[in-house]
Ligand binder design. Structure first.
Ligand SMILES: [Zn+2]
Length: 204
């Protein structure tokens, strides 16, 4: 079920159930909040619900807000894709590949479901599927959310860059991720480690 509220006078979608990745937690904390008809959830209840996934603070979205997007600006696409060191990830999901008909008619095309390339890479025999790597074969991940548990406890949730499967790792693994991705900024490292941008508990 979609979660909607009026922020600073604008009706916006916050997310779906505990997936509130449409908006940073700090933006909701600082916004003037009015509930929508039929939704009794208060701002404090949203902010203090353990297990909620909030939008990861992508650096290229600093200065943009969910509210400003609603006023006509476009929120930048998520661009933070990182090479994972040697993480043992499981539970990858099927990847859907759209194959349009020659000529480009999407209605006449087909959708093909195939295992995540990261799963296939672990198999010795991938026939009859042939993999054509467009780049150097490596495990790619993207930070997707900050999962808030308590005032001093939140952590980054990552997604497989191919199939989108969500997972989390410990701080030690995040530091190894930072070591592999040398171009990563210290500020981004702090955000990946989670707590530096946490918002203090909001009184109910
Ligand atoms: Zn995957």
């Amino acid at each position: 079920m979609g979660e909607y509220a009026k922020l600073n006078g604008y009706e916006i979608k916050l997310g779906t159930c505990e997936d509130m990745t449409y908006i940073r937690r700090e933006e909701l904390a600082g916004a003037n909040f009015e509930p929508m008809d039929g939704n009794a959830t208060t701002k404090a209840a949203y902010l203090n619900a353990p297990g909620t996934f909030w939008r990861f603070p992508y650096p290229d979205e600093d200065g943009l807000t969910r509210v400003s997007e609603w006023q006509g600006r476009t929120m930048a696409a998520r661009k933070l894709v990182l090479r994972a060191p040697d993480w043992e990830l499981s539970e990858h999901r099927a990847v859907t590949v759209q194959v349009p008909a020659v000529g480009g008619d999407p209605v006449q095309g087909i959708s093909v479901g195939m295992p995540c390339p990261m799963e296939l890479a672990k198999l010795e025999n991938t026939a009859p599927i042939q993999l054509f790597n467009t780049g150097k074969a490596s495990q790619l991940v993207s930070p997707i959310a900050q999962k808030w548990m308590a005032p001093d406890w939140q952590y980054t949730v990552f997604a497989c860059a191919f199939c989108g499967h969500w997972f989390s790792v410990d701080d030690e693994d995040i530091l190894s991720l930072v070591a592999v991705n040398r171009a990563i900024q210290p500020e981004v490292c702090a955000r990946l480690l989670g707590n530096s941008r946490g918002v203090a508990e909001v009184a109910a």
